[in-house]
Design a protein around this ligand. Sequence first.
Ligand SMILES: Cc1cc2nc3c(=O)[nH]c(=O)nc-3n(C[C@H](O)[C@H](O)[C@H](O)COP(=O)(O)O)c2cc1C
Length: 173
Amino acid sequence: MTELRRQDVPLAQAAEEITYRLQHGGIFLTTCTKDGKPNTMTIGWGGVGCFFNKPMVFVPVRTSRYTFHLLNESGEFTLSVPLHDMKTQLAFAGTMSGRDVDKFIDHGLTATQSLGVAAPIIQECELHLECRVVASPALTPDVVVKPMVDRWYPDSDMHTLFFGEIIHCYYTK
Ligand SMILES: Cc1cc2nc3c(=O)[nH]c(=O)nc-3n(C[C@H](O)[C@H](O)[C@H](O)COP(=O)(O)O)c2cc1C
């Protein structure tokens, strides 16, 4: 793992970048096993704001994802935001499961140590958030309006909303 230069970034600035990137290709959500083996997946939904009077992100992760298991096990994650074109890596991380492949081998993704959580950041990205899960409510069909259930959950693979308190937020160079 390589040491990078890190520069704190105001949350409002990070929120703007994240909101844009979520809607334009996605960002990386990275977790790790108890033994420290990293996994990452692409997310295209989510947001940044304030909750419990704390700077917070929320990320929706479907039950079927390996990441869902790792989030529940570790209670920590990072978001790494590419500010340049990483379409190929986002497509790879967003279609392959960490149950089947090590996404950090041979696909242009490098795991680098975070400051305050066990989950690493992705070295190729420029903006990073380190987060600790403080709530994880499951979306169930009875709390989602029927048109959305029909549209997004035909196979009942529901999302859980992971609320992550932001511990660190920085650019890397
Ligand atoms: C652009 C894009 C956005 C995605 N957004 C989400 C998301 O917000 N939530 C989710 O659960 N899966 C999302 N996915 C799907 C996961 O990234 C995908 O299922 C991934 O293979 C899961 O990896 P894992 O099993 O290693 O956790 C998205 C995929 C792509 C390509």
